[in-house]
Design a protein around this ligand. Structure first.
Ligand code: TNX
Length: 503
C-alpha cells in the first residue's frame, strides 16, 4: 500500500508520523476502555463500515483507550497505531479527540478495512474553537442540532453558540415572559415555519453537546435584532426605524418592510431596538438572563450587540453597560459582538466577538480592542473568512455575499492573531458562524458549513508553524474526509478546489 502523505488528518496534529504497516479492522478487533469515548468509537466504526467491534473489559485488546492526566495538555492526546492501537487522553475531551483522529485513519482498500499506521501527539493551539448556528432566521429542531454537534465536534470544535433570538423569531421558552414563544416563534424568514425549544429541549441540546465536549453559549441578541420581542410584548420595543439599505434591499428581494407588532418575514437588519430608557426592559433582560443561566452549565451568556443601526450611540452604550452587568450579576461571563466595545464601562471581563474583516474597517478595531482594555478577551469571527453563510462562488445557490465570496482556500488562509493590535494572549480562539437567512434545512446548512468549517477547525487547533498548516497539504487532507462525511450523511459541498477521495 502506498503511504498517504501527509496522513489524512484534519485539523493537522501537533506531530504525526506515518508508519509503514496498517492495522486490519475486522469483527474480532476488540476495544478496551471504560470511557464514553469507547462506545462512541464503536458506534462510529459501525456507521462507517457496518462492523460492530466488541467491547471487552480486560486486556489484551486491539484498540485501547485510557486517560493519563500527565500525558499531554488539556484536550490533548497521543495515539499510536501499530499492531495495536492505543489512545491516551489527557482528559475525557482528549480521548474523544483521539477517537476522532483514529476515525480519520480508518480506511478501506482492496483487502478490507484498516487503520493507517501512525504516531500522533496532539493538543489544541486555542482553547476556544467554536461554531455558531442561527436558529432564529430559520429554526432547526433538536435532532438537527444534535447532528450539527456530531459533525462539528468531529473536527474538534468545542463551543456551540446558538443565536436564539432575532427580528424573525424568539426560539427558547422563558417562563416569566411566556408570550415570546407563544406569539413570536411561529415563523422564520420568508414566512417559512418557525419553532422554539422548550426548556427540556434546550437542556437536551446542552447535555448532548457536553457528551461531545462542546459548551453551549446561548445568545439573546440585544438591543437591536429585537423585532420579535415586540410581537409578544410591544411595550418593550421602539417603532421600527428604516435605513436606506433596508429599503433598497427589501425592494430588490421582494421582501416586506417591518411593521410594529407583526411578525417580520424579511431579513433586513438594523431597524429594531428595545426601549433603553424603560426600566421594564431591564426587568426583561434580567429575567431572560437568569432563566438562561439556570439551564446553561457553561460559563457564558451572549447578549448580542450587533447592528443596532437605529439606536442612538449614547443609548446603545448605556444599554451595553447595563446588560453586561446583568450577565455578571447572574454569575456568567458576558459575550458581545464587537460593537459593544464602544461602551466605556462595558462590564470587566466581557468577551468581544470580532466580526469585522481581516483588514479592519471603520471603528471595528478600536471597539474590539476595548474589550481587552477592560480585562476581557476576543473571539475571532472575521466575516470575510469565517462566515460560513457567505457564498463559495458568485453562482452558488445558497448564502449571502456582503462580507466576501469565500472559497475554501480563502477560508483557510488567515491568521487570527494578525488582525487586531492586541497581545496574542488576548485571542481566545476562533468561531465560525452560520447565519440562516437562505438555509431552510440542515442539509442546506451543511453545504455551506462543509468543507469550510474544517478550514476554521485547523486554523483554531493546529500549530501555526506546523509543516502541514499550508493550503497544498490541507486541500489533500480535507479531501480525504469525504468518505467519513458520506458515511455520516453530511451533505458537504464538493468544492472543485479539493481533490476528493473515494475511500
Ligand atoms: C451580519 S455580523 C449579522 C447578522 C446577519 C449576517 C448575515 C453580525 C454580528 N450580524 O445579523 O445574519 O450578517 O451574514
Amino acid at each position: 500500500m502506498v503511504l498517504p502523505h501527509p496522513l489524512p488528518l484534519v485539523p493537522a496534529p501537533v506531530s504525526s508520523v506515518a508508519r509503514e504497516a496498517r492495522m486490519p479492522v475486522t469483527a474480532t478487533t476488540r476495544v478496551l476502555g471504560s470511557s464514553p469515548a469507547a462506545a462512541q468509537l464503536i458506534d462510529a466504526v459501525e456507521r462507517r463500515t457496518g462492523i460492530r467491534l466488541p467491547l471487552v473489559e480486560d486486556a489484551p485488546a486491539d484498540i485501547e483507550l485510557f486517560i493519563d492526566q500527565d500525558s499531554s495538555g488539556p484536550e490533548g492526546y497521543t495515539l499510536e497505531v501499530g499492531d495495536r492501537a492505543v489512545i491516551v487522553g489527557a482528559d475525557e475531551a482528549g480521548l474523544f479527540y483521539g477517537v476522532q483522529t483514529l476515525l480519520q485513519l480508518l480506511r478501506q482498500d482492496d483487502s478490507g478495512w484498516a487503520l493507517l499506521g501512525a504516531d500522533v501527539a496532539d493538543s489544541p493551539r486555542f482553547p476556544r474553537r467554536g461554531v455558531m448556528l442561527d436558529v432564529a432566521r430559520h429554526f432547526f429542531g433538536v435532532d438537527d442540532v444534535k447532528k450539527f454537534i456530531d459533525s462539528t465536534s468531529a473536527l474538534k470544535f468545542n463551543h456551540l453558540h446558538l443565536h436564539l433570538s432575532d427580528d424573525q423569531g424568539w426560539r427558547v421558552h422563558i417562563d416569566s415572559w411566556p408570550l415570546l414563544t407563544e406569539l413570536a416563534a411561529a415563523t422564520s424568514a420568508n414566512g417559512d415555519p418557525g419553532g422554539f425549544y422548550t426548556k427540556d429541549d434546550y437542556r437536551e441540546i446542552v447535555a448532548y453537546a457536553a457528551s461531545r465536549h462542546m459548551i453551549v453559549i446561548p445568545e439573546i441578541d440585544l438591543p437591536g435584532h429585537t423585532h420579535a420581542i415586540g410581537v409578544a410584548y410591544p411595550e418593550l420595543v421602539e417603532a421600527p426605524v428604516m435605513n436606506d439599505n433596508l429599503i433598497t434591499e427589501s425592494a430588490r428581494l421582494g421582501q416586506p418592510l417591518p411593521v410594529a407588532g407583526q411578525s417580520y418575514l424579511g431579513w433586513g437588519v438594523g431597524h429594531s431596538s428595545v426601549r433603553i430608557h424603560e426600566e421594564r426592559t431591564y426587568d426583561f433582560v434580567r429575567d431572560v438572563v437568569r432563566e438562561l443561566a439556570e439551564m446553561t452549565p457553561g460559563p457564558y451568556i451572549h447578549i448580542g450587540g450587533d447592528e443596532s443601526l437605529g439606536t442612538p450611540q449614547a443609548d446603545f452604550d448605556l444599554f451595553a453597560e447595563r446588560a453586561t452587568a446583568i450577565v455578571v450579576e447572574a454569575g456568567k461571563i458576558p459575550v458581545a459582538w464587537h460593537e459593544m466595545g464602544s461602551a466605556a464601562d462595558i462590564a470587566e471581563g466581557t468577551v468581544g466577538q470580532y466580526w469585522g474583516k481581516t483588514t479592519p474597517e471603520g471603528t471595528h478595531a478600536e471597539e474590539a480592542v476595548h474589550f481587552v482594555e477592560r480585562g476581557g478577551a476576543l473571539l475571532m469571527s472575521a466575516a470575510n473568512v469565517t462566515y460560513l453563510d457567505m457564498k463559495y462562488s458568485e453562482d452558488f445557490p445558497l448564502g449571502l455575499t456582503w462580507a466576501a465570496i469565500i472559497d475554501v482556500r480563502s477560508a483557510y488562509e488567515w491568521e487570527p492573531t494578525a488582525v487586531l493590535d492586541v497581545p496574542d494572549s488576548a485571542i481566545l480562539g476562533v468561531e465560525a458562524p452560520i447565519w440562516s437567512e437562505t438555509t431552510r434545512t440542515l442539509g442546506e446548512v451543511e453545504q455551506l458549513v462543509f468543507p469550510r468549517a474544517a478550514a476554521q477547525a485547523e486554523v483554531a487547533w493546529s500549530p501555526r508553524q506546523a509543516p502541514e498548516r499550508v493550503w497544498d497539504s490541507f486541500r489533500v487532507r480535507v479531501g480525504a474526509l469525504a468518505p467519513l462525511w458520506k458515511a455520516e450523511g453530511i451533505d458537504f459541498h464538493p468544492a472543485e478546489e479539493i481533490p476528493w477521495s473515494a475511500r
